[in-house]
Design a protein around this ligand. Structure first.
Ligand SMILES: [Zn+2]
Length: 134
């Protein structure tokens, strides 16, 4: 028997559920439990149809190990802490660092949040008196 997961929207923001609803509507059917909706640009908040890709677990794992984005699959990108901090203070932009390092911006953001011990990079910027760009 095939197991279907009915998309639900919880009281708190549930981006994964939202992306499943959108994909479900696009396909005109409910999604199977083994079907995963991947966000192509790595931003889980971007639920635009063109950013969503329906994959299975194996495909999903492969995509994520390729882009190096993956606390989920325990593959962690290793940066040089002092170098990345220096770059961050220089460019004030995770996007810029990601381009330089050739990895995904989400990976850089996660890493920075981890080494700076902040929940959001914006909070860190504010504390530092605010960076002008980004
Ligand atoms: Zn994904």
């Amino acid at each position: 028997m095939k197991k279907y997961i009915r998309p639900t929207v919880g009281s708190k923001e549930n981006q994964e559920a939202i992306s499943r609803i959108i994909m479900s509507k696009k396909l005109g059917r409910l999604l199977l439990s083994e079907e995963i909706v991947h966000h192509i640009n790595g931003d889980p908040k971007d639920n635009g149809e063109e950013n969503l890709l329906l994959v299975n677990r194996a495909e999903h794992k492969k995509i994520h190990s390729e882009i190096g984005l993956s606390t989920r699959f325990k593959r962690i990108y290793f940066f040089n802490d002092s170098k990345i901090l220096k770059d961050y203070h220089k460019y004030h932009s995770a996007t810029r660092i990601a381009e330089k390092e050739g990895c995904h911006v989400i990976t850089v953001e996660r890493y920075l949040r981890k080494i700076l011990k902040v929940k959001r990079l914006k909070a860190y910027k504010k504390e530092k008196g605010g960076f002008s760009n980004e």
